[in-house]
Design a protein around this ligand. Structure first.
Ligand code: NAG
Length: 245
């Protein structure tokens, strides 16, 4: 009778443990939840980490969970002895399900995916790529960012092609996770721009908070724009991703 009692005690005690041992001999902690992100620091066997939250990322030896440590970097949960393959603390972002590429996706997940690049201040480039939380590379410009956030095909449609995965809507119908841009023919390269709609910034709904990869001088940032902003001869319009739930 002693052993089952002990086992029960351990099972009950685990959730209140806040420091977890690293199980690998040398384990990298990265700026995002995938091996494509930069190494911020590393841990060695026996180091203990405390966790801020957990998030789905690149699958490492069958385990897709990554742990954001209180050191501010992400380590594959596979190398952290939490006592379970499941979660032991809260989710890092309100990701209420793991979308697949070109599959249905919730508004919360679109914003959470976008927020990852904003938090990392991903540099803007029309020729570079950066991984999404699952390690898929998307182009690091305004339209690549939208494709990444909605989890559409990688490396992402340009502003010319985004109209194929968005339906034009009215300004007053904008909801979090919709996008606003100058899209369609002629808007390629530096001619067009597109932003993710986060929320209204004023009571009259004439200015909104964006998440966007704004340009070389700014990188991927949160910003505010008025409705109907212009880019050259083009006037922005609001769109809804075709697979938003
Ligand atoms: C602004 O948008 C919100 C959310 O869609 C809505 O509830 C509110 O009524 C709008 N306000 C105005 C002034 O249109």
């Amino acid at each position: 009778m002693l052993l089952p009692t002990l086992a029960l005690f351990v099972a009950v005690a685990l959730p209140i443990t806040s420091a977890y041992p690293i199980t690998g001999t040398f384990v990298n902690c990265r700026s995002g939840p995938s091996t494509k992100f930069d190494v911020v620091r590393s841990y060695v066997l026996g180091d203990e980490v405390t966790l801020t939250c957990q998030i789905a990322g690149e699958t490492v030896t069958g385990d897709y969970l990554w742990d954001l440590t209180t050191d501010g970097c992400y380590v594959a949960d596979y190398f952290v002895k939490t006592g379970t393959v499941g979660m032991v603390t809260e989710a890092c972002a309100p990701i209420d399900g793991r979308s697949s590429m070109n599959g249905p996706i919730s508004r919360d997940e679109i914003l959470a995916r976008g927020q990852v690049w904003i938090d990392l201040h991903v540099p803007y480039s029309q020729s570079a790529a950066y991984p999404d939380p699952a390690g898929t590379d998307y182009r690091t410009d305004c339209s690549g960012f939208i494709a990444m956030a909605v989890h559409a095909s990688a490396p992402g449609e340009s502003t010319v092609g985004l109209i194929d995965i968005g339906t034009e809507i009215a300004w007053e119908d904008l909801q979090p996770g919709d996008f606003v841009g100058t899209l369609g023919p002629g808007t390629g390269g530096d001619n067009g721009h597109v932003t993710l709609f986060h929320s209204w910034a004023d009571n009259s709904n004439t200015t909104y908070n964006t998440l966007e990869c704004r340009g070389t001088a700014y990188g991927c940032v949160a910003y505010q724009r008025p409705i109907g902003w212009k880019d050259g001869s083009f006037t922005s319009k609001p769109y809804r991703y075709i697979h938003v739930e």
